[in-house]
Design a binder for this molecule. Structure first.
Ligand SMILES: *[C@@H]1O[C@H](CO)[C@@H](O)[C@H](O)[C@H]1NC(C)=O
Ligand SMILES: *[C@@H]1O[C@H](CO)[C@@H](O)[C@H](O)[C@H]1NC(C)=O
Length: 144
């Protein structure tokens, strides 16, 4: 996850220092860039919340591993999008799907957890995840 953050820092440095050719428009305006930072921060918070779930119960451990895999999928896809933006290329459509798919996988995995003793930490992770999904929707709305 830290690597994703550094890619976004690179993206900001690049967008600040490079004169904007036509194909650079995809870097987006300020609202769009704030949304992008928010989804990266949201993924980091969701990951931290998922790590707090007690995995003593084996079924919970399996679901937590699946939730973490979903976050990795989403994070890798975001990294691909950021790299495409930095190099002035179009972000691959498959990466957008990857973000959505990864977040959906994380949600289904968390929703499979039935152990009542981890209820609170699962609820906290789901609420962080919903915030990240909302940020993702803002990116789609604001980054045209
Ligand atoms: C993720 O879930 C949302 C809402 O259920 C859905 O609209 C979207 O198509 C799903 N994304 C993928 C990649 O399946
Ligand atoms: C988990 O906690 C929430 C809020 O306290 C409660 O609404 C929900 O019914 C609980 N779920 C389970 C499975 O215990």
């Amino acid at each position: 996850m830290a690597r994703i953050l550094s890619v976004f820092v690179a993206l900001f440095v690049a967008s600040a220092s490079v004169a904007a050719p036509v194909e650079y428009r995809q870097v987006g305006d300020l609202a769009c860039n704030i949304d992008r930072l928010k989804i990266v921060a949201g993924l980091l918070s969701t990951g931290a919340a998922v790590n707090k779930i007690d995995t003593t119960d084996p079924a919970t451990a399996t679901s937590v591993a699946a939730a973490q895999a979903g976050l990795t999928t989403a994070g890798d896809a975001i990294k691909d999008i950021a790299l495409a933006l930095v190099t002035g290329k179009a972000a691959p459509a498959s990466s957008r799907t990857g973000v959505s798919q990864g977040l959906n996988d994380t949600r289904s995995a968390l929703e499979r957890i039935t152990d009542p003793t981890v209820n609170a930490t699962v609820a906290a992770a789901l609420s962080q995840l919903q915030a990240a999904i909302d940020d993702g929707n803002d990116v789609i709305a604001d980054c045209k």
